[in-house]
Design a protein around this ligand. Structure first.
Ligand code: CA
Ligand code: CA
Ligand code: CA
Ligand code: CA
Length: 159
């Protein structure tokens, strides 16, 4: 479980404005924050149940299409989001397809280290080669943002 992911953890219903914004989060202690949120009975320790709830929350977070199973791309996106963060626009603790584009944009910009507006296979080294190829619709050996976004959407939406 990693860094920015904590932002995406479902929260117990609290006051409407009681969310952590990204700036606050970056300045906060991630492990402590996750721990405190998972410690629902506030006894300063995680029971097995509390810990398993945390794991369950992460599973549901990763299950973008809500079919109670993780496709490889869902798992892959989960790892990407763990690394680059995720724009939970409405702070509801779940990832929506509509939020995927913004999230991917952040990841894309971070991955495009030579800033040429495309991902080379080396820049997108987190992807299996076969997936890279299948997303590269114009077969120019690089992924534009639109190719990346369309590739994930198509896989998630089953077409
Ligand atoms: Ca506890
Ligand atoms: Ca799924
Ligand atoms: Ca590039
Ligand atoms: Ca291409």
């Amino acid at each position: 479980m990693g860094s920015r992911l904590v932002r995406a953890l479902p929260r117990r219903r609290q006051k409407k404005n009681d969310f952590i914004d990204p700036d606050e989060l970056q300045a906060s202690n991630i492990a402590q924050d996750t721990f405190l949120r998972a410690d629902t009975d506030h006894d300063g320790r995680l029971s097995l149940t509390e810990f398993m709830e945390l794991r369950r929350a992460l599973f549901h977070l990763a299950d973008i299409d809500r079919d109670d199973h993780l496709l490889f791309v869902e798992y892959e996106l989960f790892i990407v989001m763990e690394q680059f963060g995720w724009n939970d626009r409405n702070h509801d603790g779940i990832i929506q397809l509509s939020e995927l584009r913004e999230t991917l944009m952040k990841a894309f910009e971070a991955l495009d280290t030579d800033h040429d507006g495309k991902l080379s296979p080396a820049e997108a080294a987190y992807m299996p080669a076969a997936e890279f190829k299948s997303f590269d619709k114009d077969r120019d050996g690089a992924l534009t943002f639109e190719e990346l976004n369309a590739g994930y959407r198509a896989t998630l939406m089953g077409n």
